[in-house]
Ligand binder design. Structure first.
Ligand code: FMN
Length: 189
């Protein structure tokens, strides 16, 4: 029997945070539900988890830059932006949130956010001080006002050993949010 996300395309943008390892589980769960998954990574994300992991889990090449002359797509941000039924950015770093809020397109993760008409879901992850900083709060408010969906961050144990706000939402929470958005009015085809 086909999974609940059969026929749906989820593009996943991964950023440079320790929480990137948890997104491997998100991709695995989305694939288990039969979604087609394509992964994009910022250069910083590749310092935390290798593209090979996401390639093996998604069964598709991973895009780490816009300038790959041997890549499958001439313009990956445009091709994947159009293909996406939903664009998930997880973990969303403070830096990427700032670039998204500013409408910047200098890397493949942010360029795809501009090039898609699909719903966008961001799952922030960062230290407690970063998560509570006025700049990050302001950027999240700007993104929400534009219709970007936000899951987390949650309060809990952080990579630093502290307990506070900034922990990325758990993989199952993110997958449930993806499924809910895809079955809601904005995600229905
Ligand atoms: C060990 C380590 C962990 C980091 N974790 C985070 C994090 O959880 N959240 C965050 O916003 N930045 C974190 N950073 C900083 C980002 O990696 C850095 O701002 C980077 O430029 C983000 O790039 P990107 O948004 O293009 O992926 C971390 C840096 C290091 C060295």
């Amino acid at each position: 029997m086909a999974g609940t996300l059969a026929g749906r395309v989820v593009v996943v943008g991964v950023c440079g945070s320790i929480a990137a390892y948890k997104v491997a589980m998100v991709v695995r769960r989305l694939r288990q539900d039969d979604a087609e998954v394509h992964v994009l990574m910022t250069p910083a994300a590749t310092r935390f988890v290798g593209p090979v992991t996401f390639r093996a889990l998604s069964h598709h090449p991973v895009i780490t830059e816009m300038w790959d002359p041997h890549g499958r797509w001439d313009e990956p941000h445009v091709a994947l932006g159009e293909l996406a039924d939903l664009y998930l950015i997880a973990p969303a770093t403070a830096d990427t949130l700032g670039r998204l809020a500013g409408g910047l397109a200098g890397d493949v993760v942010c360029a795809t956010a501009l090039a898609t008409r699909a719903p966008i879901l961001v799952a922030p992850a960062m230290s407690d001080a970063m998560a509570e900083s006025p700049a990050v709060q302001e950027n999240l408010a700007r993104l929400r006002a534009r219709g970007v969906h936000v899951v987390g961050p949650e309060r809990g144990p952080l990579a630093s050993g502290k307990v506070g706000l900034g922990r990325m939402a758990e993989p199952e929470v993110i997958v449930a949010e993806v499924a809910a958005l895809l079955s809601g009015p904005a995600g229905r085809r």
